[in-house]
Design a binder for this molecule. Structure first.
Ligand code: FE
Length: 349
């Protein structure tokens, strides 16, 4: 439960404790954080912010959909100050539904690359990406050849009939990928691709990215798509069953000779009716600092959004650098509507 400064004062006065709390004005500096993230390193991330600023963080953690529902039902009375979500498709949807507010911050504008934040219509951006993830192709080492699976486009080639496993096309990770394709090559080509994907499916879409990787390792699928952090997690796992999966598969950065690998973000925004707006902006600026960037990205095996920050993650460092798609994350978010229409037309569930 959240207490506003006023209700806290009333509560304390009623209890006759107000005078015994001389530091009330200071300790009432709070930040209400709604987060779809929950990683171990986040503890250090938040406690360091409190140490630096004296602002205490109240945290609500839930998955993206639960956060959506909660924010919508709370409406104007929501105590939320900062909202953290993953994937451009979700951030865009939250922006459109009016859950965020635009903010002006020199720090964020300088540190977060333009293509990793929402469009600035003069009042500032509504949300900022703080870490990036790539959508990678994984394939079965024994049954597939690299040259047949090294682009997103090739996954829809008739040569890969019966080989492709995929999660639901309507999942935000797929909508963003298809939204990026739509931006690059337009509607007709994107629809032809989606149709080819449906024709090539080894099974009906099901499960998450890790399930696709497992399907590739077992041989049920020849090839699949995954966000990088799921693969990094398996690579860094010491469990024999995870290492057995890694031994059976190989991976490739898609589209290196053309558009580059599709990138997405985890990001944050100031809530529409943030009671503690100044603290909220301070927190987002803190997330763009060097130390916070490392915690934020490493918590989920992602890359820092701030280009000058180096990662110390062994899986990511093993992968090295690669050509990244350079499409505005804002455009990708917006295109999800067209992506979903295409998916419906070709019955890509
Ligand atoms: Fe994920």
């Amino acid at each position: 439960m959240f207490l506003t400064k006023k209700s806290l004062l009333v509560a304390l006065t009623t209890m006759g404790m107000a005078t015994s709390m001389p530091a009330l004005s200071q300790s009432s500096q709070v930040l209400n954080l709604y987060s779809a993230r929950h990683y171990q390193t986040d503890e250090a991330l938040y406690s360091e912010f409190t140490k630096q600023t004296g602002i205490k963080i109240n945290r609500i953690e839930a998955d993206d959909n639960a956060l959506f529902e909660r924010l919508k039902s709370e409406g104007k009375n929501s105590p939320a100050d900062v909202i953290l979500m993953v994937d451009a498709a979700r951030l865009w949807r939250a922006e459109i539904e009016g859950l965020f507010q635009p903010i002006k911050s020199k720090t964020l504008e300088t540190r977060i690359p333009k293509n990793l934040r929402s469009n600035d219509l003069g009042e500032g951006s509504q949300w900022f990406g703080f870490s990036t993830r790539a959508r990678m192709i994984v394939y079965n080492k024994a049954s597939m050849k690299l040259e047949n699976v090294d682009t997103y486009e090739k996954l829809a080639d008739p040569a890969n009939k019966g080989k492709v496993c995929t999660r639901s096309g309507s999942h935000p990770y797929m909508l963003s990928l298809i939204g990026a394709m739509y931006e690059r090559q337009g509607e007709a080509k994107t629809e032809a691709w989606a149709k080819g994907m449906v024709a090539n499916m080894a099974r009906s879409p099901k499960g998450g990215d890790t399930d696709q990787i497992k399907g590739v390792a077992s041989g049920e699928c020849g090839v699949a798509l995954t966000n990088t952090y799921y693969l990094a997690r398996l690579m860094r796992s010491t469990k024999p069953e995870d290492q057995a999966i890694i031994a059976k598969i190989s991976w490739v950065w898609p589209n290196q000779a053309s558009s580059g690998t599709h990138m997405n973000v985890a990001g944050g925004a100031v809530a529409k009716n943030a009671p503690n707006k100044a603290a909220a902006i301070k927190f987002l600026e803190y997330l763009a600092s060097n130390q916070a960037q490392q915690y934020f990205a490493d918590g989920n095996n992602e890359w820092p959004a701030v280009k000058s920050v180096k990662t110390t993650n062994p899986a990511l460092n093993q992968w090295g650098s690669f050509k990244q798609e350079n499409i505005s994350i804002g455009a990708i978010g917006k295109n999800q509507i067209y992506a979903q229409k295409i998916l419906d037309r070709v019955s890509y569930r």
